[in-house]
Unconditional design. Sequence first.
Length: 268
Amino acid sequence: MKSFSALAALSISTLSFLPSVLAHGRLRSVTIDGKVFEGPQISNSGNIQSVIRTINDVSPVLDVTSDNMSCGQGAAKLTAPLSADAKPGSKIDFSWASGEVTVPWPHNVGPMMTYIAECGGDCADFNSLDAKWVKIDEAGRKDNQPEGDWIQATTIHVNKTYSMNLPADLAAGNYLMRHEIIALHNAQSKGLAEFYPSCVQLTVSGASSKAAFPSDGVSFPGAYSATDPGILINVFNPTTEAYQFPGPPVELSSSGSSNNDTGSDNTG
């Protein structure tokens, strides 16, 4: 039988852990054309067969030069066992949660961006550090207005999904999709912007294999600098300038509007 002091120490440890878990988070699930794919548990302790690559920690990536910038904490060289079927123009719904999956995403300021990269074969054998990423979607403030609501605040922060579409002219093939949230509540100090990337494996069919995929993709790490205007920024200062997204511009346009208050109630 444990002593009172041991139980008290355990309780204090548990309580101190909870705020950290609730203050961060992960991609809970992704829905593609209405089909829901649940994300794996942290370090996949539940052995969930998923299309979402496993992370080992819900804490953010703070160092833009870290290998964890590719697909999240501990996921740089990990893969998922499955790939989700999709087609050009498929609707994608992203559901995020805190470290406790029943609690909504905790942050509400900062952009969400989505990239894709060709796997060149089975994505289950593809190292994300070798990926050449092309941006297909970005969502910052509503209608890109300098003082508009952050889309992050009006969707995933209130337990809604964020929705976008794959490019309508995307070629058939195997792709790694990198969906990322940047939380900017502490970003007025260098190195304190919080990056939450997550990767999903896709198999796209129903398109011409002759469609060209851009050859000038970027790498993670490498695409961002800690001093980029959209990363080192005080988002609470009044401004008349639109937010500057880090990374390359959107190169393959999605078939849906990206920078609006899109999303639906999250029932996952």
